[in-house]
Design a protein around this ligand. Sequence first.
Ligand SMILES: [Zn+2]
Length: 141
Amino acid sequence: MQNRHANSHSSPDLPRFASAQPPSVMSSFNCIGCGYNFTGLTIGGICPECGRPIEESIAALRRQETCGAATASMVLGIVSLTACALCGPVALVYYYKARKQLATGHYSRGSHGMAKAGLIMGIISTAITGVMGGLFLVGGL
Ligand SMILES: [Zn+2]
C-alpha cells in the first residue's frame, strides 16, 4: 500500500486563477446562488445574474476541498494497524498538521473525520507498539 503524503493532494475541480492582475476565473465554476458560469469573470466582482459576490462561491468551493494531511493521517493510521506499526507516530504527526489546516475552516467535513480516524488509529498502534516494546524489553531482561 502506498502512503499518500500531504503535498500530493490536488483538487482538479477547483478554479485556477491567473496570477496577473486582475485575476480572473480560469476554469469552469458556477455561482452558488444561481449556477451562473463565472468563467472569464474577474475575481472580486459579483454574479451578473443574482448579485452574489464571486468570492462567496470561491469560499464555498474551498470548504469542499479535502485536506491532504487529514487523508495522509487516516491512511497512515490504517497502515499502522494493518501493516507497519511504525506508521502510528507518523499518523499522529499528520493529524497535528491536519488540525492546523482544518482550523482555517477551508476544508470539507469529511476531512475532519479522516483526521480524527488517523488520530485514533495512530494512538492505538502507538500504544500497542509501546506495550509490545515494553514486554519485549521485560522479557529480554
Ligand atoms: Zn448567481
